[in-house]
Design a protein around this ligand. Structure first.
Ligand code: BDR
Ligand code: CA
Length: 315
């Protein structure tokens, strides 16, 4: 049997992170060798409890979970209670707080794994603010260059922001960390933009019900998104879910579902003001600067959703 590709998931585990984590755990071509947590949607300890609960409900295998940064590099933590609930999981009492992470700091454990492995054998998939990754790069830039690739849910892609006219939450929550990643020289770095999970890629009411009724982990993934679903019903007049982290996970693990992904010079705004946390994508190459990141801005919706269904054990 072919050896499974190793991945590290870095997460601020809210409700869409949970779905993405379950998808990875259930894809037999991959081995999640550790999950590292960071503040973002919720504070660090809550993100850890949510991650551990997701592993328990999914009940496949149990990669070690390590806690990372509670504070962002420069700005204060803000969170996303209005999108994911106060506990990040829809405030439905779904979280098992008795579960505990492994000893050790996430950043050091991530570095240890990469140091000990041959180059280009481990992918890092980041589903939250980039604080842990930035610290790891600052501590040991050459070790971090051993990754095969980094795939990040972040940026507005080629579209508009979800927390400001130009910024997407994960980048806006720690723009200085994003700058460190962009300036690191690590290649390739992929950003799966907010635009990639909109339009046809959103789960519609029928698909949501299919997932909810299809498996225990499917039910958990939909129930925990109840706050987002309520918000979307107000905005769009119907049940639908924009699943940002699952979009990034699918792009990372099943790149065949990517429709549009190009390499650009990208620069994150770290000055305060309305564009703080926005990522400028030099689409027409005005800057003349070397491309430093891929922006994935569109998925093939049918293939992407089929990947979700298969890996939530619904089909
Ligand atoms: C991102 O922010 C969080 O709300 C989600 O978990 C996702 O990682 C979307 O902007
Ligand atoms: Ca997230």
């Amino acid at each position: 049997m072919k050896e499974r590709k190793k991945i590290i998931i870095d997460t601020d585990c809210g409700s869409d992170d949970a779905m993405a984590i379950a998808m990875a755990l259930n894809d037999e071509r991959y081995e999640v060798i550790m999950i590292t947590t960071v503040s973002g949607n919720v504070r660090l300890k809550q993100a850890t409890a949510n991650t551990l609960t997701t592993l328990k409900v999914n009940n496949s295998y149990y990669p070690p979970v390590y806690e990372g940064c509670n504070d962002m590099l420069v700005r204060d933590w803000v969170g996303a209670a209005e999108t994911h609930g106060n506990d990040g999981m829809g405030d439905l009492d779904l979280v098992d707080y008795s579960l505990k992470p492994q000893e050790g700091h996430a950043v050091l454990k991530m570095l240890e794994a990469l140091r000990d492995a041959p180059a280009d054998t481990i992918d890092v998939i980041a589903l939250g603010p980039l604080t842990n990754l930035a610290l790891a790069i600052k501590l040991e830039p050459e070790t971090m260059k051993k990754v095969d690739k980094i795939v990040i849910m972040g940026t507005a892609g080629l579209g508009i922001g979800n927390v400001s006219p130009v910024a997407e939450f994960n980048i806006w929550q720690d723009p200085e960390a994003c700058k460190i990643v962009l300036d690191s020289g690590i290649d390739p770095v992929y950003f799966v933009g907010w635009d990639a999970c909109l339009g046809d890629a959103m789960l519609n009411a029928r698909e949501i019900e299919e997932i909810r009724n299809g498996s225990e982990i499917g039910k958990f993934c939909i129930d925990s998104n109840i706050v987002l679903m309520d918000m979307n019903r107000d905005r769009f007049g119907e049940n639908c879910l924009d699943m940002a982290d699952p979009a990034a996970m699918a792009a990372a693990l099943y790149p065949e579902c990517i429709d549009k992904c190009e390499k650009y010079f990208c620069q994150v705004e770290t000055n305060s003001g309305l564009s703080y946390g926005g990522v400028l994508v030099d689409f027409y190459h005005f800057s003349g600067k070397q491309e430093n990141a891929y922006i994935c801005s569109k998925l093939k919706a049918d293939m992407y959703k089929d990947y979700i269904f298969r890996n939530l054990k619904v089909r």
